[in-house]
Write a protein that binds this ligand. Sequence first.
Ligand SMILES: [Zn+2]
Length: 297
Amino acid sequence: MPDLDLPFARAAHYRAAHRRAEPGLVGDLLKEHGTKVLVVRGNRAAIARQRVALLPPDDVAHLGVGLHLFLGEAEGVAYLAAVLADADAEPDLDVEWAGLRNFDEPDLEQGLVVEAIALAQWHAVNTHCPRCGTRTEVTQGGWVRHCPTDGTNQFPRTDPAVIMAITDVDDRLLLARGPQWGPGRRSVLAGFVEPGEGLEQAVVRETMEEVAVVVDPDSIEYRGSQSWPLPASLMLGFRARATSTRLVRQEDEIAEADWFTREEMAAAVADGHLGLPGRASIARSLIEDWYGARIED
Ligand SMILES: [Zn+2]
């Protein structure tokens, strides 16, 4: 299976999960000058001189950090994320702020950023115990939230979503437009896996729900995965063959849907009538995987 080009799956660091339980881990690492700190503000990360800013602990101590997260290690250096307590306040730091869509960084930085933003997003909306409502305490370097009332632990979650390049018997690709997307924007279908469902079942169900196309379950082929942590998705990419071609849109989810030959898609992209998903997305990789080559915008 050739690899898809998946920028958020290119991590070059070691998460060093065994260290998370070390007593005082974060406090100790903040005292070490060699530690590098990535600053997270809401769903964005600090950038300096076109690169992810990896700062010494002293440079972030004054910033109003709400949460420190242990990201892992690379080549003897420990990496933390400092999540600012108030994402709306302008911090006293000479950096710019970039969201995941804007990242095209070396593997180490790319992997650290996606881990930091994913974990920060989980903390942002999981502040209280789901059993008893008590505010939970952050432990294990940011990898556990503990309830002091009933003693239960909460762990970071990621929600599986399937994304699929569906082709017909003539090997045309199905490209659809969501109702909120601008004119001409198209992508492959995607949807969340439901409780009690397998991945292949989700591919078949979502395709039927969104465009009423029948997928041959035996044709479903896994192609690769990457995190999309806004808020908490793991995108699992597939190719599959449809046994029907008539498209009936579920109108609240799909504004347009059509089958494209490679020539039709390339011509529509070239003349500006078709806009494909961004280069960092697994959707783009799946489309190029079917097309057989990189597509220039
Ligand atoms: Zn509780």
